[in-house]
Design a protein around this ligand. Structure first.
Ligand SMILES: C[S@@+](CC[C@H](N)C(=O)[O-])C[C@H]1O[C@@H](n2cnc3c(N)ncnc32)[C@H](O)[C@@H]1O
Length: 214
């Protein structure tokens, strides 16, 4: 690690405090602190593809489709969706589009782009069921937020549609924050109705996971 002596000293103190409270050697790891995701059956991941990153993974998603991105922020990923997959419709959801307007004003003006301002689960619920080929879920990362988005999104994709979740991790190492993505996704997978299509790696393990109905 590239830590200055001052940072290394601070880090050692934080680590000591962390170990006293979290005690990760307990089984299952950190269960008194974190939402531990349900265990997966091998059948839920059988046949899944592993990609080097989320842009590489797009090769497995349909071109010219009807797509939603829940949580757009600066539009970085939305721009890649447009460039690589030329969606017929791209619906963008966010609480604010200030960052998109500041950094990618041309994206909002594209004819295939539809803006939905406000809470994503409420806005997505207004659209017809079975409308989307795939939905990218990357909005509110707390457990209740992911649950709300997922509960709506699974009605809004086509029967053979794909739900892609960004940040498939129980814990954000960069924010020291609890994420609800892994518990929610594993909950869907353990229902037996869904299986993993792919996992796309990320350098800090903010991976993408794509699931589809069996
Ligand atoms: C991690 S960023 C999205 C990044 C983007 N998907 C990308 O990969 O380029 C998460 C976004 O979700 C938005 N967000 C958080 N909670 C939300 C909610 N309840 N409804 C709609 N958007 C929300 C935030 O405003 C933020 O812009």
């Amino acid at each position: 690690m590239k830590l200055s002596p001052e940072d290394a000293n601070w880090f050692a103190q934080v680590q000591g405090e962390w170990m006293r409270r979290v005690k990760p050697h307990q089984e299952p790891l950190g269960r008194h602190v974190f939402d531990v995701p349900p265990k997966l059956e091998q059948s839920a991941v059988e046949g899944a593809t592993l990609y080097a990153d989320r842009v590489e993974a797009m090769r497995s998603l349909p071109r010219g489709g009807c797509v939603a991105e829940v949580g757009t922020q600066t539009g970085w990923f939305a721009e890649r969706i447009v460039d690589y997959l030329q969606p017929r419709e791209l619906h963008l959801f966010d609480l604010s589009f200030d960052l998109l307007d500041a950094q990618r004003p041309a994206l909002r003006a594209r004819p295939e782009v539809v803006i939905h301002h406000g809470d994503s689960s409420q806005q997505l619920a207004l659209l017809p069921d079975g409308h989307f080929d795939w939905i990218y879920v990357d909005g509110d990362h707390g457990l209740e937020g992911v649950k709300r988005d997922a509960a709506v999104a699974l009605h809004k994709i086509k029967r053979d549609g794909v739900l892609v979740f960004n940040d498939y991790t129980p814990w954000s190492i960069m924010e020291l924050a609890d994420y609800g993505v892994m518990p929610v996704v594993n909950g869907l997978l353990s229902s037996g109705e869904w299986r993993v299509r792919y996992l796309a790696l990320h350098p800090h393990m903010y991976c993408d996971i794509a699931i589809a109905r069996r």
